[in-house]
Ligand binder design. Structure first.
Ligand code: ZN
Length: 105
């Protein structure tokens, strides 16, 4: 039996952390650029890394939102493709997983 209450609060906490991280990255990406050319090159590299991390965080937030919806409507832990149990072991590692191992592969 899955501890849904626990999973839900873990997901919500994780979502808050990710939301803060995205906000920080947004603020950094919007900050003024240096007037120094070599500094600017560094900044551009940093920005590319940050944009990628931001995308990853946004995707994770989306996955968490979907998982929270599935907890609400009672379909959490069931594969959204084949309808099989995702399995407690997999959900422990990936609490927002929407697919069982065979469908995710
Ligand atoms: Zn499946």
């Amino acid at each position: 039996m899955l501890a849904l209450g626990e999973i839900k609060s873990d997901l919500e906490n994780r979502r808050v952390v990710l939301g803060k991280r995205v906000a920080e990255m947004e603020a950094a990406l919007r900050s003024e650029h240096s007037s120094n050319f070599s500094e600017q090159a560094h900044e551009r590299e940093d920005e590319e890394v940050m944009e990628r991390l931001e995308q990853e965080a946004l995707q994770e937030i989306e996955a968490i939102d979907h998982a929270l919806t599935r907890i609400e409507n009672g379909t959490y832990g069931t594969c959204t493709v084949c309808g099989q149990d995702i399995g407690e072991k997999r959900l422990k590692v990936l609490p927002y997983a929407g697919l069982c191992i065979s469908c995710a592969d």
